[in-house]
Design a binder for this molecule. Sequence first.
Ligand SMILES: [Zn+2]
Length: 401
Amino acid sequence: MASQQLAGTAVPELSGALKRPQASLAAEPFFDARNVPFQQRFFSLPSAITLPCQKPFTLIYSLLLPYNYSAFHEPQVYNAMALPRLTRGDYTVALICPMAHELAPLGEMLDQNHQPLQTIRDQNSYKLGSMAGHNVVIATMPGTGTHKAATVATQLLNDFPSIRFGLLVGIGGGIPSANVDIRLGDVVVSTPTGGFGGVVQLDRGKNLSDGKFMRTGSLAKPPPVLSAHVAQLSGTHEARGNQIKTFLSKLNPYMKTGGYTYQGSQQDLLFWANYTHPDEGTCEKCDPTKLKERHPRDDGDIPKIHYGTIGSSNSVIKDGEFRDKLRKELGIICVEMEAAGLMDDFPCLVIRGICDYADTHKNDRWQRYAAATAAAYAKELLSTIPSADMVTAPVAIQGGM
Ligand SMILES: [Zn+2]
């Protein structure tokens, strides 16, 4: 990526000083019944009864139902112009996610939404807001693959020139072992190990069945400000546990009934690497005697965070024996399909919720929950980084390229 070309792009809305998210900024334009104290609904009852044009059944229904009545049973008028409006130069963190079900939980982690802004070429789709004290840009990708990630990142840095770093947030395939007990819904964070920068680029070529692969590169390390806070947060988790469940509890009820919740340990199936899934669909017909024996976790559905090397490939890896080979030869604990397109050009950290074990039994049952746990980790990490650290960190378009 040509930094000179990016740096030379005119940015008319760039402001001199970074704006921190303000608590006093305009409130969200949605009316949300969850924000109305229950008693206040009863205070409105007398006047409602005296008005002949009131809708009595609707009123009674709204009083009896839980808080989410108005939010999910009545049409809402969304007025983007009522949201706070910042400039493109105010945004310091980029959150990049490939698919809609990865975008949804990230959007829910926003503390406040902001007005959309016109960008230079309008090629990317952005969602703007504040998260844990930082102004963030959430960018989605037009499909999976390392080259698409690179295109999105290039445009993003042109559109938002104060971005310090990116978090690549989404799902990936886990590679469990005797030393790294990965379960579905856990989170893997790219961490420099064994001479690698946190992400290893893989290229298996066209023949996916011969088990051959070629490591084509080890990508740049995450920026220091991120690495330092990842280490600090890891220490906090050792002492007090993580906050993933706390953040997940704040997802809206619609998402909680739509697959964004823990799917149950009985649905977390790890087969022997050489046992092939017999057909399409779920593992109902798979041989339970081929399951690897694993002890239930004492703390049940609390996701664990794992740190290590992530393998990034343009092709889907769904081969148990090949997966284990990656672990043995390269120490990889997770595989995904976007990071290699970003890491050389964009200072970022890869955060992957584990949705399968990269074998033939791979299906999409855990994808939404895994996307949610990754989003929750991203928010917890951002909550540990003071705004002052962002001011002194180099902007990605200069220092990270
Ligand atoms: Zn199966």
